[in-house]
Design a protein around this ligand. Sequence first.
Ligand code: SAH
Length: 258
Amino acid sequence: MVHFVGAGPGAPDLITLRGAELVKGTDIVIYAGSLVNPALLGLVKEGCAIYNSAEMTLEQVLDVMKEAQAKGLDLVRLHTGDPCLYGAIREQMDELDKLGIPWDDTPGVSSFCGAAAALGAEYTLPGVSQTVIITRMAGRTPVPERESLEKLASHGSSMAIFLSAGMQEQVQAALLAGGAYTEDTPAAIVYKATWPEEKIVRCTLGNLAAAGDAAGIWKTAIILVGGFLGQGYERSKLYDPAFTTEFRRGTDSPTQGG
Ligand code: SAH
């Protein structure tokens, strides 16, 4: 059986308990290259075979999976963050289905969550934004034109931009061209969130590329932009003394005191 597992953003104790158990018990691991912390590979049992998928094609990955299944062995396909984002898992799952090889999927902590934790940030601040756009800049891998960074930026929502740290000037220009953010809109670049070598660069959109350049960040980083990184917001309704919920009567309730 093949187990897709989210390794988390980097810190080895940010894999889930289920994910760690699967890694400990498996006969074979195929891990997603440098973005998976090597410390996680230390969890495997003696004799476990380890493959780095950065050096493999989809066909080669599938060959290892087929051979494992034929021998009745368990295989963990360890993806960085959560496998559901930029994990190229669907093409693997579809091939496994065709081959009749069973699989399951264990989620992980995505790096956009690790980056928010590093910054102490909340993407969904009341009065600022209730939406997070997860996207990437088009590069050698295209992005559908209707999802161009410029178009997505026109919402002015919170944005987490993956796979684009090497294109910071284009990212900055596209985000500004969207018309909703300004040069003063707060932004951040988080390099290797939750790894020991994590770097946080807080800046404004107007100096995003210069700040990233000065910090020498050009890969393994997530770019965040939006008012959620700034100072202003409204407090939550949920914890407002006046607000009535299913579990708590607020001071504005007509039956208050009744
Ligand atoms: N499935 C992963 C994303 C894989 S794509 C997830 O859920 O996080 C690889 C991109 O993810 C990198 O280019 C970078 O933009 C981002 N990334 C992965 N790990 C990161 C980390 N620890 N800190 C910052 N960005 C990270």
